[in-house]
Design a protein around this ligand. Structure first.
Ligand SMILES: [Zn+2]
Length: 370
């Protein structure tokens, strides 16, 4: 009953919220950092390392012992804690984590493709456009929530996006949105580059290019951190890619190491945020993925797309001043990727409208005007 009442309250406050958002406190000092890690499976996030994959010679890169020492454990809790300690110690206690299907808490992509461009487009537009059906799709014809933010007087020029993958220049329609999108091997070209930024440009340009149109996450991360510290965005997007690249290559060890490194970066980002006067206690961190991967047939963990069962299954975590500490959400529910865009807008105190429909936000995140 208590639960029912709570749900009722949430539903009611949400119904009122769209209206309120029109004249919301849009001059508040809220900030948001959106993070994605490409194709990282909910199975590994919630259950930790999968022994049956780690034990297979073709996936463990000749180091099953090292893998077991680093990420092994008797229980799921132990294993996931080893893989992503900051996520489970801090985000899962101070924030909210969605998508643990063991509790019937489901998040799926609504788009039928289960690969990257349609997934990111769904995240940022709040909408599934049937025209967006390939990774080679040209500039996104749909307004994203980041583009919307960049038209708001209080946020204009304070929205930045960093991505390991070249396609984000198109997904976020850099030209039309006016958002600086530093993707793959793009150089930082801001006014008054810092010494660190100049050095990062050189390192990045001269680094090994393992995947052609995608760089190592470390460059994307350092570029984004430097911007966070020096240019103080109100809205920052960081898109990491290695979890997808290593899994396509069948390298489970490198895939887990990439997730483990991401966890360290989440801690670094959060510690900076909480030590900086502009960001402290008024910044939300939201983390998700563009698609899932195989698991029903174990060997298919390397792959995704509409032929791979389960590849539409994703997860999401959020932590910040406007998200009550629900922790790991264990209530049965069905959410969709298209709900993230309006969730992000509401967390900033805005109501996202565009030339296309925008799905409702996830209700248990609280908008600041409520
Ligand atoms: Zn992929």
């Amino acid at each position: 009953m208590k639960k029912l009442l709570l749900l009722l309250c949430l539903g009611l406050s949400l119904a009122a919220s769209a209206q309120q958002h029109q004249n919301a406190k849009q001059n508040t000092n809220q900030n948001i950092i959106i993070i994605t890690t490409d194709g990282f499976r909910w199975q590994d996030l919630f259950k930790g390392m999968d022994d049956t994959i780690a034990q297979q010679k073709r996936f463990n890169e000749g180091d099953s012992l090292g893998l077991i020492q680093k990420y092994g454990g008797a229980t799921m809790q132990e294993r996931r804690q080893k893989l992503m300690p900051f996520f489970w110690n801090t985000i899962a206690t101070k924030g909210q984590v969605y998508g643990n299907r063991l509790f019937g808490n489901f998040i799926n992509t609504e788009n039928p493709h289960w690969f990257s461009y349609p997934g990111y487009s769904e995240i940022f537009t709040g909408y599934v456009d049937p025209r967006v059906n390939s990774n080679e799709h040209p500039a996104n014809p749909n307004t994203t929530v980041l583009g919307f933010f960049n038209t708001q007087p209080a946020l204009k020029g304070k929205v930045y996006a960093f991505s390991a993958w070249e396609a984000f220049n198109r997904i976020l329609n850099e030209k039309a949105s006016g958002i600086p999108v530093i993707a793959a091997f793009d150089t930082l070209a801001f006014n008054n580059l810092t010494a660190n930024e100049r050095l990062l440009n050189k390192l990045h340009q001269q680094s090994y290019r393992p995947w052609g149109e995608e760089c190592y996450d470390v460059f994307t991360h350092f570029n984004a951190m430097e911007t966070l510290k020096n240019r103080k965005p109100r809205v920052l997007y960081i898109s990491y890619g290695e979890t997808d690249e290593w899994s396509h290559a069948g390298k489970y060890k490198s895939y887990l190491n990439a997730a483990h490194q991401l966890d360290k970066w989440l801690a670094e980002i959060w510690n900076f945020v909480q030590s900086d006067p502009q960001y402290k206690n008024n910044t939300t961190l939201i983390i998700t993925s563009d698609h899932g991967r195989g698991d029903v047939v174990k060997e298919k963990w390397t792959s995704h797309g509409d032929k791979i069962e389960g590849a539409s299954q994703i997860w999401m975590a959020v932590m910040g001043p406007n998200t009550p500490a629900l922790g790991e959400v264990k209530t049965p529910a069905q959410y969709y990727q298209k709900q993230f865009a309006q969730t992000i807008a509401h967390l900033m105190g805005y109501h996202f409208t565009a030339e296309h429909p925008v799905a409702d936000p996830i209700k248990s995140t609280k908008a600041i005007s409520q």
